[in-house]
Design a protein. Structure first.
Length: 160
């Protein structure tokens, strides 16, 4: 019977207490994010009969009131064109968004929320914000500033 090789972290020791602390922190961040996301998904499903991806598409379209192309929308959401198209198809069928051919490029289509879509999104966004506030109510301004500073540091390190 052969022994399984042990995974070794490059440039560090598996027994390094700081690495163990980093791993525990990562797991805690992931657990917190997943718990909050699951809660928000459930709230959107129950209160609005919608999904988090639909909410995300509507949020992107809400920020771009003059509309956006499908390619830009996919880039903004970090999803494939196919995923964005499927969601936009459903939003359009529900009367929440509309497609318009670009006047400058026949191959390009701009997507924008309809007035009904704006109204629906604003209601969802208000409840979404309320739920976020409730989920993180134990965090004061100093906690939020500290966490924001730490997360910015992490994203800056990723960029290098």
């Amino acid at each position: 019977m052969t022994e399984k090789p042990q995974l070794r972290l490059v440039g560090s020791s598996r027994d390094n207490p700081l690495n163990k602390k980093r791993l525990k922190t990562w797991i805690r961040l992931l657990r917190t994010t997943r718990k909050a996301e699951a809660h928000l998904r459930e709230m959107l499903r129950i209160q609005y009969d919608t999904t988090l991806p639909r909410f995300d598409v509507m949020a992107a379209l809400y920020r771009r009131r003059d509309g956006t192309t499908m390619s830009e929308l996919s880039r903004l959401l970090l999803v494939s064109n196919g995923n964005a198209t499927t969601i936009v198809d459903r939003l359009e069928a529900d009367g929440l968004c509309q497609r318009q051919a670009s006047s400058s490029d026949r191959r390009s289509v701009r997507v924008r929320l309809t007035p009904e879509g704006v109204e629906a999104f604003e209601a969802m966004a208000a409840d979404h914000e309320t739920e976020i506030a409730r989920l993180f109510a134990a965090w004061n301004a100093s906690d939020l500033d500290s966490l924001s500073r730490i997360l910015k540091k992490l994203s800056t390190e990723d960029a290098s």
